[in-house]
Design a protein around this ligand. Structure first.
Ligand code: NI
Length: 228
């Protein structure tokens, strides 16, 4: 039985290695794969090579090509335990980030960046809602995520949901996440992609920001989009 588990684990590792190799090859030769689903995969998996955003143009104008839909309808649970859907935000721009409240580093940094960028928008800030969606619904109860987001920004909306609801929304946004169990520790970490999604008032995808996007760059980007 143990041997079977080991074989399964090794197969899994082998598959991941092959995927990473593919991503690596595509990044080295982006033209050959432009517009293909493989290019989209390379964009979404990992951020190290994602285009850094230093100009007024969106960092990734249309990263997944015209054929791949990014974002869309979702049904989740708000910090008060009530159902929240994408329709609740129609008419507002959404700045969406996926993470979890136990995150030791990346999530707090990114949420602070989002908050600080919105602070720089002046009156335009009223047009945008920052949203934090949990990839760890097991621990992120509505109460927990509500208390967590308030540490960063009173405007920040924390959303969680059932395992199925979180699986659905992360699939729509092409978010990668996985539980990482640490040997000898009772708690676990979540490995997750770290991208900020800007969605327009109709709920359509507009731009992606990665952890290399600093506060000033994000504010400039947001101002450009929101003032149109
Ligand atoms: Ni995180």
């Amino acid at each position: 039985m143990h041997r079977l588990i080991r074989i399964a684990a090794l197969s899994g590792i082998g598959l991941i290695a092959i995927l990473w190799m593919a991503v690596w090859v595509i990044r080295g030769n982006p033209q050959a794969f432009a517009g293909t689903p493989l290019e989209a995969l390379a964009m979404v998996v990992g951020n190290s090579n994602a285009p850094s955003n230093r100009t007024s143009a969106p960092p990734v104008a249309n990263p997944l090509g015209g054929s791949v839909h990014l974002g869309g309808a979702f049904t989740l649970v708000g910090s008060d335990g009530q159902t929240v859907t994408d329709q609740n935000f129609r008419g507002k721009w959404m700045l969406v980030y996926f993470g979890y409240t136990y995150c030791p580093d990346v999530c707090p940094t990114e949420l602070q960046t989002m908050s600080a960028a919105i602070n720089k928008l002046g009156p335009l800030a009223a047009k945008i809602v920052p949203i934090f969606i949990s990839v760890d619904p097991e621990r992120d109860t509505p109460e927990a995520i509500g208390a967590y987001v308030k540490l960063f920004d009173p405007r920040l909306i924390g959303l969680t949901g059932s395992t199925k609801q979180i699986a659905d929304v992360t699939r729509a946004y092409r978010v990668y996440y996985a539980k990482v169990i640490q040997k000898g520790l009772s708690s676990y970490l979540m490995d997750h992609s770290s991208l900020v999604y800007l969605m327009d008032p109709a709920g359509r995808f507009v731009a992606l920001y990665n952890p290399q996007t600093d506060v000033d760059d994000m504010a400039t980007e947001l101002r450009n989009h929101l003032s149109q």
